[in-house]
Design a protein around this ligand. Structure first.
Ligand SMILES: Nc1ncnc2c1ncn2[C@@H]1O[C@H](COP(=O)(O)OP(=O)(O)OP(=O)(O)O)[C@@H](O)[C@H]1O
Ligand SMILES: CC(C)(CO)[C@@H](O)C(=O)NCCC(=O)O
Ligand SMILES: [K+]
Length: 247
């Protein structure tokens, strides 16, 4: 078994991967004061892996703990994957390919494997990223913007008149603060995605597959006017692909 690990900015997900069967992810929210104990407890109950394959956009501290726990529990050096120039038919569009977030790279590799055609890959996590692939697997580039929760937090932090709550509902014409904040942040992300899709169609004169992943995907889905596919585990799927080593 290979342990696949997706370490994001707010959550850590992992899944045992055998060549057969679905990817079933487990999640924890790192508590930095006791992350070592937390991860040790969580990983103690998984089967012993042969390899630990990690996609991380987390802090050095988190990465070091992942390495330490893997070593202590199983005597295994965790392998931290990196963004590269090209892999599995996808060409990285960044000027400096290794600077592209490896979570974005994993998600694109997984999406290309699934569709092998014009695709827009959206990851709605702590940050939102939108990456475009043309029909030849060339990454055209992408966008980064704050995630829904981060937008709300920034509003709370930088204004005197806004108290955050978790009660807001999305609506077109919000008539109270809670609803206005949630409506603004959710619709900002949805509208941006729809704009990128519209621009893509216009410039490439083709209809891309649009696939969305990440912690906020489910709560955004109801608000799209375009067809959009939901894939819960695109980053882990990219790692699974990489673990096969077959290009
Ligand atoms: N149970 C949950 N715990 C925390 N956040 C959740 C949960 N369910 C949904 N979310 C939402 O998920 C978002 C975080 O997404 P995700 O877990 O994909 O982020 P992440 O792991 O930090 O990824 P990345 O750093 O790659 O963006 C938050 O904006 C939050 O609103
Ligand atoms: C943009 C995030 C935070 C999304 O998780 C991550 O992919 C990252 O840290 N990327 C590095 C910067 C870049 O992709 O240009
Ligand atoms: K940062």
């Amino acid at each position: 078994m290979i342990l696949l690990v997706d370490s994001g900015n707010s959550r850590l997900k992992w899944a045992p991967f055998n060549a057969y069967g679905e990817i079933e992810a487990r999640v924890l929210i790192p508590d930095l004061d006791r992350f070592d104990a937390q991860l040790t407890a969580a990983w103690s109950v998984t089967d012993i892996p042969q390899r630990v394959l990690v996609s991380t956009v987390s802090s050095e501290k988190v990465n070091r703990t992942i390495q330490t726990v893997s070593k202590e529990l199983w005597g295994i050096d965790a392998e931290f994957v990196r963004s590269t120039q090209s892999l599995f038919g996808v060409t990285n569009g960044y000027d400096t390919p290794e600077k592209l977030g490896v979570d974005r790279w994993m998600a694109m590799l997984a999406a290309w494997k699934d569709y092998e055609r014009e695709t827009i890959v959206v990851d709605c996590g702590t940050a939102v990223t939108i990456d475009c692939l043309n029909g030849a697997g060339q990454h055209l580039g992408g966008l980064i913007t704050p995630g829904v929760q981060m937008m709300q937090e920034v509003l709370g932090k930088n204004t005197s008149g806004i108290e955050l709550s978790s009660r807001g509902q999305v609506g077109q014409w919000a008539r109270n603060t809670d609803d206005a904040i949630v409506s603004g942040s959710v619709q900002s992300v949805v509208a941006l995605i729809e704009r990128v899709v519209a621009q893509y169609k216009h410039e490439l004169e083709s209809e891309p597959v649009v696939v969305i992943t990440g912690g906020d995907a489910s709560c955004l889905l109801p608000y799209f006017r375009i067809t959009i596919r939901h894939d819960h585990e695109l980053v882990l799927k990219g790692l699974a692909l990489l673990s096969t080593g077959i290009e």
